[in-house]
Design a binder for this molecule. Structure first.
Ligand code: ADP
Ligand code: ZN
Length: 619
């Protein structure tokens, strides 16, 4: 081992109590030590922060990190200080005293890391400070915010392009979890990186189990999934603000600690919800996509989509918030083909509003608006992912341009055998299509009514009970029939008209199916699905005393409350599980726990050792 690597490792152990690098961390840290420009793409939870935290700690210099959100910065600084790592943050709205302290610390060379908001960075006064303190090394966190092609463009990030011209000899490393080629190229160009080292990690999140389930009864299904995660952190994503409120209310009525969150709320209640979640006073947040960045809880065990996301990028981003501590977590997508129509309509509306704001006439024909068209393509890809029958891990990896070699991931509904083909898919498809042929010009609901032989007002007035197709699928669950109709639409074997009142029509492919010239595969939830619990209790729970783990969570909450910090600042779940597995009763033993560095050994070791001892004696 080189002396440098030796120093890096011992620093990592001292502050964080980690023994091993995660993939690409070593290379990214080496670039930081060598002051080389770099672009580092790692999946969420991949360990980007360590890559910019370690080099200044080893070399003793001060580096600056540019970060988009104040909440995110504060959290990181709190977490670092709890580890004894000297860090500070500078953002608008700070008291003059606090600003002076940061400045003084900078002049004294006290900080290893200084976090700043992008809009502060180029203020002449601040550049002056940096110049005098000979700060020359920068990290840009969430670097995709600089690109319009990313999912979270922030205009204030554009100013960062000037960094290299405003200070001499600047080295810059950009970090992001966003993967597309175009965003990557854009980041490097915008930041004027010089011969950057590009490090692109694997996007697959092996600790996540993905499931796509036909949506039949959203409230019941959401409840069922969340019951598997009782007392654990979960995020439920909905399409509309109203949906979040309704669903959160119904979950609360069922006794879950749930609340809604969306951008239309007053900042007070919104902030309180976010805080309650961070402090583990709330288990479930039902939210629109507005809830995302700024959640630093790494123990989210379940991300549930109550409806289809707009794109696979969004899906990856949102599910990425599960299991950031590397422990197993579940991602469930409740999918109905009707989501596609709803999303298209939302996209059209916002495109029209954008055109109006620009003072342009509305696009004459669909397709005239390039952004809208791009949005449709992304949505189509998401739809194909959801309705497909291929391994989800493989699908996601390949979407982001990486081959997935493993045969069967063991962590998705498809590979776990939870979906199965309908035994006579072609015959069932013919039944559905004939129902449409006999009653063209009706929506999904009415066609399903006919197939089920339902006695509804419309069936009576149209005398549809007399159709030969009436009751052809009697006895099949309504949700199942609806799901199969949508599968035919997804496979383009059946058309649904656009617009406000979509109706079903046959197309050329439908006739091929009806004539028996084409076979069809339909899927349904497996009758006997493999036990979901089995997979979730994977290796990371091995030998863990679950009662002790819960007990230690309580100890963590107590300490957090007393210190006025969120519980994850104390220890993350991986550390608590390691404690509940090894049950150390001496400080020496405690020191070997995952995630325990020098500072926490002395600060928290005695309390935890004592509580573990007491617990062992009692049981
Ligand atoms: P990202 O910013 O890439 O989403 P983080 O930097 O927040 O990820 O790291 C995710 C989690 O992994 C954190 O809890 C962090 O402490 C932990 N972690 C990072 N690097 C290592 C490592 N080498 N060994 C063990 N845990 C690590
Ligand atoms: Zn799979």
């Amino acid at each position: 081992m080189t002396p440098e690597l030796d120093a890096i490792r011992s620093t990592m152990r001292r502050y964080w109590g980690f023994d091993q690098f995660r993939p690409l961390q070593e290379e990214a840290i080496a670039a930081g030590m060598a002051r080389r420009d770099a672009l580092v793409v790692m999946p969420t939870g991949g360990g980007k922060s360590l890559c910019y935290q370690l080099p200044p700690a080893v070399t003793g210099r001060t580096d600056v990190v540019i970060s988009p959100l104040i909440a995110l910065m504060k959290d990181q600084v709190d977490g670092l200080r709890e580890n004894g790592y000297p860090a500070a943050a500078l953002y608008s709205g700070m008291a003059p005293d606090a600003v002076r302290e940061v400045e003084q610390g900078l002049a004294d060379g006290r900080w290893r890391l200084l976090f700043v908001a992008p809009e502060r960075l180029l203020a002449p006064r601040f550049l002056n400070w940096l110049d005098r303190a000979t700060v020359r090394d920068f990290a840009v966190d969430e670097a995709h915010c600089i690109s319009q092609w990313g999912h979270d463009f922030r205009p204030e990030y554009r100013q960062l392009a000037e960094l290299k011209t405003r200070l001499d000899g600047v080295s810059l490393r950009a970090f992001t979890a966003t993967a597309t080629e175009r965003v990557r190229a854009d980041i490097a160009a915008q930041l004027r990186l010089v011969d950057p080292l590009e490090l692109v990690g694997r996007f697959d999140r092996a600790n996540l189990t993905y499931r796509v389930v036909p949506r039949t009864d959203v409230q019941r299904q959401v409840l069922e999934v969340l019951r598997r995660h009782a007392g654990e952190a979960a995020i439920v994503y909905c399409l509309s603000r109203r949906d979040t409120e309704t669903l959160a209310a119904s979950l609360s009525a069922q006794g879950l600690r749930a609340a809604h969150y969306h951008a239309g709320m007053e900042s007070g209640p919104r902030h309180r919800t976010q805080e309650a979640f961070a402090e583990e006073k709330l288990d479930v947040v039902v939210a629109t996509v507005a809830f995302g960045m700024g959640i630093d809880r790494s123990d989210v065990r379940c991300v549930l989509h109550a409806a289809l996301p707009k794109s696979i990028e969004h899906y990856q981003q949102e599910t990425g918030r599960a299991g950031r501590d590397g422990l197993e977590a579940e991602c469930v997508l409740l999918y109905s083909g009707s989501d596609v129509i709803r999303l298209e309509r939302l996209m059209e509306r916002s495109a029209a509003e954008a055109a109006e704001r620009r003072g342009e006439p509305l696009a004459a024909a669909p397709g005239d608006d390039a952004a809208l068209e791009a949005g449709r393509v992304l949505l189509r890809q998401m739809q194909r992912f959801a309705s497909g029958m291929a391994c989800r891990h493989k699908g996601l990896s390949e979407y982001f341009g990486q081959a997935y070699e493993r045969d069967g991931c063991g962590a998705c509904d498809v590979c776990l055998g939870e979906v199965e083909g309908v035994s006579d898919g072609s015959v069932t498809a013919q039944k559905i299509l004939s129902a449409v042929a006999r009653a063209e010009g009706f929506g999904v609901t009415h066609i399903v009514d006919i197939l089920l032989g339902a006695d509804t007002e419309r069936v009576r007035t149209r005398q549809h009970a007399q159709l030969s197709t009436y009751g052809l699928l009697k006895g099949v669950a309504r949700g199942g029939v609806t799901a199969m109709v949508h599968q035919l639409i997804d496979q383009s074997l059946l058309e649904r008209t656009p617009g406000d009142r979509p109706v079903l029509r046959l197309n050329a492919a439908s006739w091929e199916v009806l004539r028996g010239q084409r076979t069809v595969q339909l899927v349904q939830p497996a009758a006997k699905s493999s036990s979901t619990a089995a997979r979730l209790d994977s290796a990371s729970w091995e030998d863990v005393d679950r009662d002790l783990f819960e007990h230690l969570r309580g100890v963590r909450r107590e300490l957090a409350e007393a210190r006025g910090v969120p519980p994850y600042i104390i220890f993350n779940d991986a550390t608590l599980r390691d404690l509940a597995r090894r049950q150390p009763t001496s400080l020496d033993d405690f020191a070997r726990t995952y995630g325990v560095g020098d500072r926490k050994l002395h600060d928290l070791g005695p309390v935890f050792v004592e509580r573990i001892k007491a617990w062992c004696e009692r049981s």
